[in-house]
Ligand binder design. Sequence first.
Ligand SMILES: Nc1ncnc2c1ncn2[C@@H]1O[C@H](COP(=O)(O)OP(=O)(O)OP(=O)(O)O)[C@@H](O)[C@H]1O
Length: 409
Amino acid sequence: MSANDDRDPLFRYDDPVFADERLLEITHLPGPDRIVGRDEQMQRVADALNPAIFGSEPNHLFIFGKTGTGKSLISRSVTKRVISEAKRDDITVKYAFIDCGEQNTEASIVKTIAQLVNEPKKSGVSVPDRGLGTGDYYKRLWQAVDHCTDVTIVILDEIDMLEDDEVLRKLSRAGENRRISDSSIGIIGISNKIDFPDHLSERVKSSLSRDELVFSPYDANQLVEILEKRRDAFHDGVLSGDVIPLTAALAAQEHGDARKAIDILRNAGRIAKKQSASRVTAEHVRDAKEKTEADRFNELIEGSPQQAKAILYSLTLLTENSTEKEFPTKIIYNQYKEVARRLDFDVLSERRVQEILQEQNFLNVIQSEREGRGRGRGAHAKHRLLENPSIVKKVLLRDSRLAPLEEES
Ligand SMILES: Nc1ncnc2c1ncn2[C@@H]1O[C@H](COP(=O)(O)OP(=O)(O)OP(=O)(O)O)[C@@H](O)[C@H]1O
């Protein structure tokens, strides 16, 4: 009798494809021996954080680069190494990793850092989830930082999504302003937008001295190397010879994006497993690319209201049926009116549609550029999809309220 004979037959207990799928999950932090081609950037981050090892204030640092170029990986990896090195001299370094896309208000950022750092027995304070004003959360943060750590490293991912940059000024000047006396704080800000510092308020710009670092995209060879170092996520012999080079080539098409490469490889394995295939092949990789792009687009529009989806659908129809790529608001509006009627939606005003297009531009779903300058520029903007229309359409039609469009198309 085998070990699985008494298990519930409803489930599967073997995995013929993956040996350890977690190695391909986005939350997985690979060890230094699996990190490829980032020695120089790692050294620069280490230089900025170096004082923390002795309990002194690190230099603040902004890291820029396109998606999937290893910005958060290198920040987290070096921070962890700082923490363990400091520990050898009894220095406590803690870190808070915050995604400003999800938490963008001053109060929620301060609260989260305080909760991550705080040990109530040491600080004598608690940090409740709700019920305090921003000022009170700051007070508890200073208490927590002073009593529970020597150095706190705050990593702010997607820092350009911050609603108010005042939090940067307060965190960076906490020591100087005697908010904290026995501890210090270092900030690592991460962004895809290289011009982000230009948008900081003058107060923050002048008070936040920092180093800056740019991460360039990977080339296809580096992507191959990154994937090779995760090959052990699969059982021996499961990956066909062309799978890794093809995955790397597809991920390098727009820019060398390691996140996309790893996502495609993981999805290819999942598709193969679903089909009960014994090997992952080039065909699985191609299907996985489409799924990866659709999932990514889905993440971008997940929270969007149905009216916004109808507007995007209108832009998709225009894109599909024309050699043009960019369309003025007016044209999109005319198409939208027809789509809204077909869906039995209330028809929004042109001004509202313009606003929604601007929001989608902000979310990086579309790109909007004004034509000329001066007043009324909103109405004269031109918009284009940033994703392949067939993928956009597929994802939009996943929404059951938009599904009737599929039957008619
Ligand atoms: N040099 C590298 N070596 C090994 N794996 C890497 C490397 N760079 C990135 N990765 C992997 O690629 C994925 C994306 O990396 P990461 O999240 O650091 O990118 P990012 O630049 O912060 O992207 P985003 O702006 O989208 O957050 C992660 O799974 C990470 O482990």
